[in-house]
Every structure is written in C-alpha cells, then in structure tokens.
Design a protein around this ligand. Structure first.
Ligand code: GDP
Ligand code: MG
Length: 719
C-alpha cells in the first residue's frame, strides 16, 4: 500500500533529523529554526511505497510567515494520508499548540514525541499512554538523533492510514469554546459532512481571510456566522482569534496537567553553559575568542604547512610538474602546454589550493552549529542588533552566509517582516564567504606576513559584521525601511555533543558546492583569462608579438582609473576585481594566471609575495580586500537575490547599494590610510573621502524618517 506521510512540527523539533533517518537522505540539519524553508520529499528506505515530506518548521497554521503558508497549502491541497506531528518533548507545552491545529485538518495525525533522550536526561517524565488517550492520537516516544523507535512511527502511520479512520476533533476543545465552533459548523451548508468542516469553522471564527475566501459561503450563511461570532465575542469579552487561542492553551494545560512531570527542578547542563556563554558581559568576548580561534586554526595552522603541501607538492610537483613533463614529451604545442599548466592547473589549482583552509573553517562552523552554539549567537546578537533596529533573526541568514551567500540569502525567508527581510538580503553577503576567505588568506599570507598575519582573517569577519550594522542603521533610517524590527522568539535548543555524521554532512555539502564551482565556472574563467592574457591587442600570441599588450592588460588599463582612487588602479587588480563579480574564487585564480606563476602559486610563495607587493601596499591591499568583500558577491548570489526579492527593482537596489557602499568604504580606507598609515600628504582624494565620510555620518545619525504607508501585506506580496 502506498502512503504519503507529512512531517510537520515546530522549527528545531527534529523533523529533518527524522526525515534523514527514515529516508537515508542527506538533508541539511541545523540547530536553529528555519533551516528547511522548502518542503523536501523522500522515500522510506525500507519501503519505497512510503513517501515522506519534510515540511518547514512552523508554530501555527495561520498564514503569516512563508513557512506557514508553504506548510499549510501543502496540507490543505495535497492532503497527505497521515501527518506525523514531530513534537519536541522537552518543550512539549509550546509544541502542542501546533498539534491542536493540525488535528483540525481532518487528516489522521500521529504524534512523534521526539527528543525523549533530553527529557530523560532532565529527569522529566511523560505519561505517553495517558497523553495519547486524552489527545485521541497515537503518541510514540522517539529520539530521532539517537535513531530510537523511529521505525515504529512508520508502522503506526501505516496502521492509521490503513484504518481510514479520521480523528474527530477533540471534544474537550469544544467544551472550552462552549460549542460555538459547532454552531458555526452547523450554520454553514458546505461544511456539512466535510472532513474539513472543523478547520473552516475555526478559521471563520478566527477571521482568517484567506481560508474564508477559499470557502465561498453565501451571504446569508455569512450573516449567521457573524452573529454567532458577535455573541461569542460578547460572552468572552475577546475577539474571535483571541477566544480560539485561549481555548487552545486551556486545552493544552488540561492535556499536560497530569501527564507531564518535571523532574529535578534546577539547572540543566545546558542552562549552566548558557549562564556563561550568553552572559551580558562575557557573551561577546567569548564569541570573539571563538571566531579568532577558528580562523587562527584554519588560516594560520592549516593555512601553513598543509596548504603549502597542497600548493607546492600536490599541484606544483605531482600534478603540474608531471603533466608538464608528459605534455612536453608528447610534443604538445608549447602554447597548449602553457594553457594547461599555467592556465588551468595554475588557476583552478590556486582555488583548490585553499581547500584545506576552507574545509577546516567549514568543519568548525558545522560543529558550532551542531552543538547548538550558533543559535546562542543569534540570541546574543539580537540584544545588540535590536538597538540598531535589526532583529536577531537577521543574523541567522548572515551566519549561514559565512559559508556561502546563496543559502544565506535563501534563509531570509524565515523573516516575517518584509522590510527586515529585504534589508537582510541586501546585507547578508557582506560576510566573508568561503570564496572570499580565499582572497583573505592570500593577502593574509602575502601582504600581511604569513602566520604573523593571523589576526587578519577574523578582522575581516568582524568588518563584515560592522558593515551589516552600519548598513542596517542607514537603511532603517530611510522611509522605505522604517519601523520596529519584528520580535525575535527563539527557543535555545539543548546543547549536545557534535554528531559526526551531521557535521561531516554539513561540511561536505558546502565543500562540494565549492569544488563543483572550481570545476565549472572557475575552470571556464581561467581559460578565458589565460587567452585574454596571452593574446595581444593585435590578436597574436603575446610571446611572438613583443612589445604589445595582452587584451587582458588593455582591458584592465582602460577600467583601472575607476579603481585608482581606491588604491588598486593596477591593471591586474582591476581585472581580478572585475572577474571576481562572476565568482570570488576567480579573484585568486586571476592572480594565479596573471602573475604567471602557474602551478607554483602558493599564498606565501616568494613569487606571489613579490608580485603582490608590486601591485599593493598594505593600505591598498586592505582597500582591495574590503571592496571585494562588500561588493556584489557573485552571479549565483545575485540570482538568489533576484529570486528572494521577487522584484527586479529591489534586485537592482541591492546590487547598486552594495557597489556604492563597497566603493565608499574602500575609498575611505585607502585615502585615510594613505595619510594616517603611510604618512603621505593629503590630496584631493583625501578631501573627497572626507565628504563621503561626512555623508555617511549624516546617514547614520539623522532623524529616522517615518514609514511609508504599506498597502500590501507581506503575505500578499509573497504569493
Ligand atoms: P527541524 O528544524 O525540525 O528540521 O530540526 P532538525 O532536524 O534540524 O534538528 C534540530 C536540532 O535538534 C539538531 O541539532 C538535531 O541534531 C537536534 N535533534 C533532533 N532530534 C533530536 C533528538 O532526538 N535528541 C536530541 N538531543 N537532539 C535532537
Ligand atoms: Mg528542518
């Protein structure tokens, strides 16, 4: 028998973990809410007839956030055979709120009481049998993380689906609303005998416009319904939605009153850790220390010998050297040998040479995510962000963006407030993603003196955060984005030991994208760059066309004046910046090809250091780096921005804002740095940078504008 099972539940209740365990799939599991923004489908690994859908996490079925809309539409329109309500048993009271709503859909529900390991550890007990009886659904204790009892879920789901029995709504809930819901059900003709009667009756009561529109009831029915609601509202002295919400909570209290027993009162280990890491004074220093530590290990330890080995021995001798010898002995034309060795291996190798650094960085970030520390950071930063008009919710996409901007931008879907969401999309890519970390590592090693420059990478990380905050303040003050940030509610999951499979999966998922990019976009880009570099403006190979310039150099020199106020008017830096708009890895590979170092390129290669120091000073390197970090991330990210903004106008706004912001910051860094660090005399450039500085200060400290009146709601815009 083929059945369709939908996994529904609160964010972070373990749906994706259960989904992965059941389907053997490799879905991303995150220790914070909002990681699954779209539904995912898979087949039960022991029975291909059973298909399972992992829905986005939701707290309720009201159509307020995108996740709620996605989950609700799926359940209403697709009507799965069974809903498995994944409940975080360690937060059972709040989780049951959704349970009361799922039961109204007229679809069989079973409750998977997840995280029972946490409940046991805390010394709490749940009387599952009695809960199941009161609730009217099968309740199964599981631990998705520890793989306990999960097959039972499918077994029971099959029985329930096979029985064809749909649970009628819990009578107790009706009692609380004193039968008003039943009255509505009776009053509306189309509801008679329909399995969705309960759902629509409640939605009418709540005044849920979307559901009411779908229902299409007659005017006379509408009048009767309204009179029932008016009567109820008078009796309860509350509006329809409030009455229902109250009724749900009253019902939940009655459910857990004698089924859930809290064990030892007092602090769990998680609470104790939180007392330290979310402490008002210690939180930020600890966070800073953690970030410094991660970058120190990745860039200075792994970035030293292991990276040198990959660059010099693996790509240099083993691959580059051997291929060169092979090609030469096969009498391949010298230009083709050069294309393969200097162009392809040099360019792609330069990018892949940083793989050990990126892998280490991703591994650490994945561990922090998995143990639960990242959600604490969102919480800590919410306290600070709030002061600047941003919500901590904005920080989750920004943190994800530290791996890659594309999923970061996609993660903004969890932000209900449309303004906050747009703003977060615009600023999310300011953080150094994996590809930008390569540029940072290259400069950290070459300009800022190898291991001694270990402070450099974390500084770029914090520069990203500062750019987010500054932009947040400036944008928030404009009439377009005015308004208070939406409240940020997030429960902090219990800490747990990192799970090797989760950590490796997350790390690999992110690395894979990186490697695929190196094999496609970057490969193509390095080939194009090699040709442009080796063909002269009179269309001959540069080698045979002494004294003329390569096309690449000619392009670079034409565009360079745009960047010379920022200190990197050198044609190679200009070309690298331009190609970096395609993908930031190409910045590194461009230097690899242009510097003509072929397979020998290593960040602390003497050639590279020499080359870099002919192009950059410490000040212009900083300005170059910041420009590349803050301007348009890459084609893929712009595509994601377009997708998430649902509007060409806003995509342009984001792209132009990033360009102007990056240019202004780089201009100030270079012009002021020249005077303050390199002790040169001020010039007209210093003056212009001064004006930019004053404008920015004005935008930061002016009085906030009033919000524009919005005609459309967030939801309407999303649909
Ligand atoms: P989703 O948002 O509902 O998809 O939740 P996830 O599957 O992403 O899980 C959220 C977090 O809870 C992850 O860190 C999981 O490792 C963790 N988790 C999931 N199931 C369990 C469980 O049974 N016990 C414990 N201790 N942690 C769990
Ligand atoms: Mg999930």
């Amino acid at each position: 028998m083929s059945i369709r099972i939908a996994l529904a539940g609160n964010p972070n209740s373990g749906k994706s973990t259960l989904f992965n365990a059941l389907t053997g799939s490799n879905q991303y599991v995150g220790n914070w809410p909002g990681v699954t923004v779209e539904k995912k489908e898979g087949k039960y690994k022991k029975d291909k007839e059973v298909s399972i859908t992992d829905l986005p996490g939701i707290y309720s079925l009201s159509p307020y956030t995108l996740e709620e809309v996605v989950s609700r539409e799926y359940l209403i329109n697709e009507r799965p055979d069974v809903i498995v309500d994944v409940v975080d048993a360690s937060n059972i009271e709040r989780n049951l709120y959704l349970t009361t709503q799922l039961s109204e859909l007229g679809i069989p529900v079973i409750v998977a009481l997840n995280m029972m390991d946490v409940v046991e550890k805390n010394g709490d007990t749940i009387d599952t049998a009695s809960l199941s009886e009161k609730l009217g659904y099968p309740v199964i204790e599981i631990s998705a993380l520890r793989n306990k009892n999960i097959e039972k879920v499918i077994e029971v789901a099959k029985q329930v689906a096979g029985s064809g029995k749909v649970h009628t709504h819990v009578e107790a809930f009706d009692e609380v609303t004193e039968g008003y819901i039943k009255d509505i059900e009776r009053a509306v003709f189309v509801l008679n005998n329909s399995s969705t009667a309960r759902w629509y009756a409640i939605k009418l009561f709540e005044g849920d416009e979307k559901a009411t529109k779908d229902l299409q009831i007659s005017d006379s029915e509408r009048q009767i319904v309204n009179s029932i609601i008016t009567k109820a509202e008078a009796e309860f002295d509350d509006d329809g939605e409030g009455i229902i919400t109250d009724a749900r909570y009253t019902y939940i209290s009655s459910l857990i009153a004698d089924t859930v027993k809290k064990g030892r009162a007092g602090m769990t280990t998680s609470d104790k850790i939180d007392n330290i890491v979310t402490n008002r004074i210690l939180a930020i220093p600890i966070f800073a220390a953690v970030i410094f530590f991660i970058y120190f290990i990745s860039v200075s330890i792994v970035g030293a010998e292991p990276t040198d080995w990959v660059n010099d021995v693996f790509f240099g001798e083993i691959i580059g050297g051997n291929i060169q010898v092979m090609l030469e002995s096969a009498k391949v034309a010298p230009w083709l040998t050069s294309l393969i060795v200097d162009g392809v291996i040099g360019g792609v190798g330069a990018v892949l040479g940083f793989l050990p650094i990126i892998a280490t960085l991703y591994l650490f970030l994945a561990i922090l995510e998995d143990i639960g520390y990242m959600s604490r950071i969102a919480f800590i930063l919410d306290r600070i962000f709030r002061k600047f008009g941003l919500s901590g919710k904005s920080f989750i996409p920004i943190l994800i963006g530290t791996g890659c901007s594309v999923p970061g931008i996609m993660a903004t879907r969890t932000i209900e407030n449309e303004n906050d969401r747009k703003m977060t999309i615009i600023v999310a890519s300011f953080m150094p993603c994996g590809a930008k970390t390569e540029i940072i590592a290259l400069f950290g090693a070459s300009i800022f003196a190898g291991a001694k420059g270990w402070w450099f990478a974390p500084v770029c990380y914090f520069a990203g955060i500062i750019a987010v905050v500054i932009s947040g303040i400036m944008l928030k003050k404009s009439s377009q984005f005015a308004g208070d940030p939406a409240p940020f509610v997030m429960e902090l999951p219990e800490y747990h030991m990192p799970l090797v499979s989760n950590v490796l999966r997350t790390t690999w998922d992110r690395l894979k994208a990186f490697i695929i990019k190196a094999g496609t976009i970057i490969l193509l880009a390095t080939i194009v760059i090699w040709f442009l570099q080796n063909i002269s403006t009179s269309f001959e190979f540069v080698e045979f066309d002494q004294g003329s310039r390569s096309i690449l150099e000619a392009i670079g020199r034409t565009v360079a004046p745009i960047f010379s106020p920022l200190g990197f008017g050198h044609w190679a830096a200009t070309v690298a910046t331009m190609t970096g708009l395609v993908a930031k890895e190409v910045v590194v590979s461009t230097f690899g090809v242009v510097a003509g170092m072929g397979a020998d390129l290593g960040a602390d290669d003497p050639n590279m250091i020499k080359y870099a120091s002919t192009v950059f000073t410490s000040v212009s390197a900083m300005s170059f780096l910041l420009f590349n970090q803050l301007c348009i991330p890459c084609f893929a990210a712009v595509g994601a921005i377009r997708e998430e903004m649902h509007s060409a106008k806003w995509t342009w706004f984001a792209v132009i804002y990033q360009l102007v912001f990056a240019y202004s910051i780089a201009l100030m860094v270079f012009q002021f740095g020249k005077v303050l660090v390199l002790k040169q005399a001020p010039t007209i450039g210093t003056f212009v940078a001064g004006i930019v500085f004053i404008i920015m200060i004005y935008l930061l400290f002016r009085k906030p504008r009033k919000a524009k009146v919005k005609t459309k709601t967030a939801v309407a815009e999303n649909n």
